[in-house]
Write a protein that binds this ligand. Sequence first.
Ligand code: FAD
Length: 381
Amino acid sequence: MSAAMSAVIETEEQSALRAAVAALGRRHGVAHDRDALWAEAGKLGYLGVNLPEEYGGGGSGMAELSIVLEELGAAGCPLLMMVVSPAICGTVIARFGTEEQRARWLPGLADGSRTMAFGITEPDAGSNSHRITTTARRDGGDWVLTGRKVFISGVDLADATLIVGRTEDARTGRLKPCLFVVPRDAEGFGRRAIPMELDAHEKQFELTLDEVRLPADALVGDEDAGLLQLFAGLNPERIMTAAFALGMGRYAIGRAVGYAKERQVWKAPIGSHQAIAHPLAQAHIELELAALMMRKAAHLYDTGDDLGAGEAANMAKYAAAEACVRAVDQAVHTLGGNGLTCEFGLARLITAARVARIAPVSREMILNFVSHQSLGLPKSY
Ligand SMILES: Cc1cc2nc3c(=O)[nH]c(=O)nc-3n(C[C@H](O)[C@H](O)[C@H](O)COP(=O)(O)OP(=O)(O)OC[C@H]3O[C@@H](n4cnc5c(N)ncnc54)[C@H](O)[C@@H]3O)c2cc1C
């Protein structure tokens, strides 16, 4: 199979991985202990499938890692931390970390025994990450970090958080983005869980970095190549958010289709009414189309085209989030009153589905990106 074809039609290895992860997801199911699933998926090599083999990973790429998250989601048990730990942090460390940083972090990230959260969002910067103000200054051989972050997922579960800060350019005084590994219990690193209307295993935190002192090797990558390194991690984040949304959408449609085949209130199952069947068919088509774009983005990324992957990853995230929100809405509606019961557990997906529309980059910011970058339209801001 040509490389271009394998981007849209899976290889035998990828199909086998999909089937194996789907079986693991079915065994665990919706209500199962997510920590146990994380541990088992890690042991089986699924969490680190994208990381280099010499550090215990599977030596594959984002195509494979997105298959793992999509299939767990389709079984009703997505692992949100996959978006940040192996996909963003693992990628950045594998591509830009020192030999010592790779040896220290990658084997644990690959087998799931260690996790790393990722913190870029700030209360005053929001979608405009150019405005982040978390600042690192040098003090002798150390770095000292000060700032605030918000909505950072899984900080309590993670061994460390990869914090996006800035350093001041000694010559120009301009701020440059830089990445630092901050251990969970570092002095001055405070966290407060944000009460969210989300029924999820992973919590979101507001973080305070109050003169957090870090050794020189907490800096990942080159102090002068900040943006490039950051984008190397953000494209996988968008691809994985697409996978998260696709899995959830498929799960919701699967539950609704099952219900629509059984439920009968007149002479025929409700699924025979086109007002029920067509929206489900439409949601299925939209999920399939978004999956195709996700595979394109993963293929471009895995073949080293960071620029091409940027556009495709944004489009895939947009398409998957929109398809997921519509799929969940239709699934809940298909179940009538049961769509809102705890027993069927679908209504909780209404807020969960919207996460992919907001994070890691909102629908509007993707439309801005496509307007400016793809279509060359002028900017309003
Ligand atoms: C469940 C969850 C988990 C998260 N996990 C993490 C994490 O682990 N790490 C992390 O760093 N962040 C995380 N985030 C943060 C997330 O990435 C941000 O919420 C997101 O980037 C949007 O930023 P904001 O919330 O500040 O919204 P704002 O930037 O305040 O935007 C508010 C609204 O205004 C719109 N808007 C803003 N500017 C424009 C414009 N120029 N044109 C048009 N519309 C505009 C936006 O689209 C949005 O609809 C998480 C968020 C959630 C909800």
